[in-house]
Write a protein that binds this ligand. Structure first.
Ligand code: DHB
Ligand code: FE
Length: 285
């Protein structure tokens, strides 16, 4: 049986990808950001997942105003790095896991989640930057990746509760896959940031840390945070944090904290990073 063994939350700021690609991660500006990922890189090197379900958002790279899937799953064999204006990032192609991805798609759809199924798409910084932060600069990514894209760019975006329910359904989907696979789920984006308008640069250390506190243990209070609170307290792009809720709820009713990191700023954004593991509970029916 496949199992979700851990969850990772991480910001996905493009500048972190630039720092990796230009070998600047030890520079004074970047060192305090990257040091917060050292623990995770060492931990992943010892206990490598077979597959990562990587929850992220596309930033008008694969999708645009013509098509706005609320929830999309990548079922392809491979996904290339998107050209976001400066050429594709020099990172390996992302290898998918079509068998598990199609199984998850079927399970989610029969579980009443209307997933968009995507066989071909390029993946942007929302997906490749977390891979670089966790795995560095390998020749090939050490795990297969199932991209799970969430619309947090164009209103209306899904509610925190809908994201929470999707995470629970992903857990059921993975646990009903017969092959023994070590699966992790990553939630990316956030934390507080606003890229445009009069409040550009808004950061909220207190709110972000309260949100992170709420992901540890057995609380599900974060699922009820309304959109307006993310907007008001964490800026227009803080809404990306609903993707962390998918990761959290896929770990079951209770989590244990393995690692936590927070740093302000990176570009316009508050960097948050957490590693969580499920506290053993009976598999869901
Ligand atoms: C920045 C942060 C993001 O999450 C993003 O998608 C793009 C830019 C930033 O802070 O520059
Ligand atoms: Fe983003």
């Amino acid at each position: 049986m496949a199992r979700i063994t851990a969850g990772i939350g991480s910001s996905h700021v493009p500048l972190m990808g630039v720092a990796v690609d230009q070998n600047k991660s030890a520079d004074a500006y970047f060192a305090p950001i990257f040091e917060g990922y050292d623990w995770t890189r060492a931990w992943l090197a010892k206990d490598k997942p077979d597959v990562v379900i990587l929850v992220y958002n596309d930033h008008a790279s694969a999708f645009d105003a013509n098509i706005i899937p609320t929830f999309a799953i990548g079922t392809g064999e491979r996904f290339r790095s998107a050209d976001e204006g400066w050429g594709p990032r020099p990172v390996p192609d992302v290898e998918g896991h079509p068998d598990l991805a199609w199984h998850v798609a079927q399970s989610l759809i029969l579980d009443d989640f209307d997933m968009t199924i995507i066989n071909e798409m390029d993946v942007d910084h929302g997906l490749t930057v977390p891979l670089s932060m966790m795995f560095g600069q390998p020749e090939a990514w050490p795990a297969k990746v199932i991209p799970l894209a969430v619309n947090v760019v164009t209103y209306p975006v899904p509610s925190g509760n809908r994201c929470w329910l999707l995470g629970e359904a992903i857990r059921r989907a993975v646990e009903s896959f017969p092959e023994d696979l070590n699966v992790q789920i990553w939630g990316t984006g956030g934390m507080s940031h606003q890229l445009q308008g009069p409040r550009a640069g808004l950061l909220n250390r207190e709110w972000d840390n309260r949100f992170m506190d709420g992901l540890v243990g057995d609380s599900d209070a974060n699922r009820w945070i309304p959109h307006i609170e993310y907007l008001r307290e964490t800026g227009s792009e803080g809404i990306e944090m609903v993707m962390w809720l998918i990761m959290r709820s896929a770990l079951g009713s209770e989590t244990r904290l393995l690692h936590r990191h927070y740093h302000i700023p990176c570009s316009n954004t508050a960097i948050g990073h957490m590693v969580l593991e499920p506290v053993e509970s009976a598999p869901t029916a």
